[in-house]
Design a protein around this ligand. Structure first.
Ligand code: ATP
Ligand code: MG
Length: 270
């Protein structure tokens, strides 16, 4: 099982949009995916059509009340499963801070869950206990970045936190992917920002750029992924391309255009 946290302490950069739509795309490619909502804002929970007020078993129940993680998993679609969150999770920051082994509660709780190809974690825009628990559990970190001037600003704090967790608690932890999000093809600034990001992270930056697409912003208010809400949008195209890159699935060969007339083969020379 590949365990991946979507982390960036900066708010509004595309963590949740990526968590929801990358999960859905990987599920469509036939991978069994578990999305864990680690954010008390519950945006990915709402984005997948659940009502946080009606939830009995959540990330909070697993981290604080100690219910088995398996009992909090619910199926959303074929191959797509989730542990949802609600606002209770905001209290977990405080409650975990006095617990013994507080950084490893999630890792222990997920100990017997291995029947997924991917576990993706949608993390909150902070560097508190919920993020540290996520970083201790996962092996890989994907950093979604908004393609704008301040994209790299404040990143050193994130990298220091990752480094500390790696040294003290999770030696295998690594940043394996940076995802350029909200890429506006018309703006030179977006291209320049990606060049800056590539200077910093080299070949760990995904080839796929997630373009700015209003359909991606609309879909969550309908509780739908981009593939259900607007399957023909750029947003759907980009997140499917990202999923292929993540899972190592080659892009399908373009279908031959049906309406191109093929000239008849020349008769063989006499
Ligand atoms: P937070 O830190 O608050 O959890 P986040 O990093 O999870 O934020 P998102 O919620 O995914 O960020 O995105 C922030 C806003 O930008 C949302 O309104 C979302 O719909 C919108 N958005 C994200 N990606 C795109 C995109 N590629 N095109 C257009 N809008 C986008
Ligand atoms: Mg979010």
């Amino acid at each position: 099982m590949r365990k991946i946290a979507l982390v960036n302490q900066k708010g509004g950069v595309g963590k949740t949009t990526t968590a929801v739509n990358l999960s859905a795309a990987l599920a469509t490619l036939g991978r069994r995916v578990l999305l864990i909502d680690m954010d008390p804002q519950s945006n990915s929970t709402i984005g997948l059509g659940l009502n946080p007020h009606e939830l009995k078993r959540t990330t909070y129940s697993v981290l604080v009340s100690g219910i088995p993680a398996r009992e909090a998993i619910r199926q959303i679609a074929p191959n797509l499963f989730m542990i949802p969150s609600n606002l209770d999770l905001a209290g977990a920051e405080m409650e975990l801070s006095t617990a013994i082994g507080r950084e490893q509660v999630l890792r222990d709780a997920m100990n017997d869950i291995s029947d997924f190809d991917f576990a993706l974690l949608d993390c909150p825009p902070s560097l508190g206990m919920l993020n540290v628990n996520s970083l201790v559990f996962v092996d890989e970190i994907f950093i979604p970045m908004q393609c704008e001037f301040f994209a790299l600003h404040g990143l050193s704090l994130l990298m220091r936190t990752i480094d500390l967790v790696r040294r003290r608690l999770n030696p295998g932890l690594a940043v394996t992917g940076v995802i350029p999000c909200m890429y506006d093809v018309r703006k030179g600034l977006a291209r320049e920002t990606v060049l800056e990001i590539e200077k910093h992270f080299g070949n760990r930056v995904f080839q796929t750029r997630i373009r700015t697409n209003v359909r991606l912003a609309e879909a969550p208010s309908h509780g739908m992924t981009i593939f259900d809400y607007a399957p023909d949008s750029y947003g759907a195209e980009d997140y499917m391309a990202l999923a292929r890159e993540v899972a190592g699935v080659p892009a399908p060969a373009p279908a031959p255009a049906a309406d191109i007339e093929v000239a008849p083969a020349a008769p063989p020379p006499p």
